[in-house]
Write a protein that binds this ligand. Structure first.
Ligand code: PMP
Length: 448
């Protein structure tokens, strides 16, 4: 039987450890208790509805409760809920892997399934290290990554995205990773403009690859947009050059499409903007339309071919219990079918252009800087207010203010962004931008 919201919250405060949530917030803020999702909306236990402006941590690209996905899960649940992929197979995983591979520039690929994004990244790291080992290059077992990248919360993935502020207590147990400067075109640290840019931002990466390629298994990057770092968008030229450096120095290029894949940037995969063909691609989040945890590490056939077991055993001894789970695979397959039938990626590209235009109104506000967008991602940074409130404080206040206007946001530090479902209507999108604009204005005005 459903409970009253207060009753839920009382139980919640005694039982749940909320991820990425400060104690002070968990104890003093009253969270909405979400009971239903439909299209771009989430409904709470008191009947309030909110626009899910972050697509539930960037994964519900088709909105909530898409009937095709719900039906696929229901149909699969009636036949087979779980069966493993070790020495067995099942139709949903076979069809999903075949469909997925068809989206790559060169369909010579293999799909290694996992559950969440972090485990797809871990698998990519395992595959990369063992690939070089299979070839007898056992010293190639380290990684390079971009500073402030985010690749997940397991230890390997966290090593790639190590952030001293968040991860200090793990300093001694993370694996050493070469971290390179990160490109960020809207707020270029080198003061470059696109017309004059010579990609100085990649100097440190060039140097790392030149000096350490003999010990590097791979370079791991979020293609075109470092999401958790604050939607730090960078140009296709940068990614193209990273791919070129990897080719030149024989380092595998591993792209983490977990947040930006599945049409988010206006292409099926974000790496397509740069016309590159990465060695390993990690997918997660939106793969099932955000309905079930399924992730995939999609690996070039040439890498897979080195994992033979004769005369020496190079088998990949790696796999998660729910890898390729039939329910999740059926959901992902239905999701891909909807993408094809409804032309979701093209729709996202066009809607993204409109979002970008709408976002230009933020140029009016002095406190806003580094306005940027890529497909259905739009973001800006908040500077400190005239009254001394920091950009981070202002952003926190905006989150609470805009919630009153039925919009759910989660700022990243001083960065405010929208990542609406790709299928959101123009009307809801415009209303959301307007609600955010009004909230920012009123929070700033409160300090005047
Ligand atoms: N990589 C990227 C780029 C991500 O944004 C995330 C999650 N935000 C992950 C990996 C980790 O995915 P998960 O939370 O599903 O483990």
């Amino acid at each position: 039987m459903p409970l009253a919201t207060d009753e839920y919250l009382n139980l919640d405060r005694k039982s749940i450890w909320h991820p990425f949530t400060r104690h002070s917030t968990a104890l003093h803020e009253s969270f909405p208790v979400i009971v239903k999702g439909e299209g771009p909306w989430l409904y709470d236990n008191d009947g309030n509805r909110y626009v899910d402006a972050i697509s539930s941590w960037w994964c519900c690209n088709l909105g909530h409760g898409h009937p095709r996905i719900v039906e696929a899960i229901r149909g699969q649940a009636e036949k087979l809920q779980h069966s493993i992929l070790a020495n067995l197979s099942h139709p949903a995983a076979i069809k999903l892997a075949t469909n997925l591979i068809g989206h790559f520039p060169d369909p010579g690929r293999r799909v290694l399934f996992a559950s969440d994004g972090s485990s797809a990244v871990e698998a990519a790291m395992r595959v990369a290290v063992q690939y070089w080992h299979n070839l007898g290059q056992t010293e190639k077992n380290r990684f390079a990554a971009l500073r402030e990248g985010y690749h997940g919360d397991t230890l390997g993935a966290m090593s790639l995205g190590f952030m001293p502020n968040f991860h200090a207590s793990y300093q001694d147990i993370v694996m050493p990773v070469y971290h390179a400067d990160r490109p960020f075109c809207a707020g270029c640290a080198w003061g470059e403009r696109p017309e004059t840019c010579e990609r100085q931002c990649l100097n440190s990466l060039r140097q790392i690859l030149r000096e350490h390629h003999s010990e590097l298994a791979g370079l791991v990057v979020e293609p075109h947009c470092q999401g958790a770092a604050g939607m730090r968008i960078y140009s296709p030229e940068c990614l193209w050059e990273m791919a070129e450096l990897c080719r030149q120095f024989e380092v595998l290029l591993i792209v983490d499409e977990i947040a930006v894949g599945m049409g988010r940037t206006g292409r099926m995969f974000s790496f397509e903007h740069a016309g590159v063909d990465p060695d390993i691609v990690c997918l997660g989040k939106g793969l099932t339309g955000g309905c079930l945890p399924v992730s995939a590490t999609v690996v070039k056939q040439g890498l897979f071919d080195t994992f033979t077991d004769e005369p020496v055993d190079h088998t990949l001894y790696h796999g998660h219990t729910f890898a390729g789970n039939p329910l999740g695979a059926a959901a992902a397959l239905a999701c891909l079918e909807v993408y094809a039938e409804d032309n979701i990626v093209e729709q996202a590209r066009r809607r993204g252009e409109l979002l970008n235009q709408e976002f230009q109104i933020f140029r009016e506000l002095e406190e806003v800087e580094n306005l940027r967008g890529l497909g259905m991602i739009a973001a800006f940074d908040l500077k400190a207010g005239k009254d001394g409130r920091s950009g981070v404080e202002l952003a926190r206040e905006v989150r609470l203010e805009v919630m009153k206007k039925e919009v759910l946001l989660r700022p990243l530090g001083n960065v405010l962004y929208l990542m609406l479902p790709l299928v959101v209507s123009e009307e809801v999108m415009q209303e959301t931008v307007q609600a955010l604009f009004n909230a920012v204005k009123s929070v700033i005005a409160a300090g005047d």
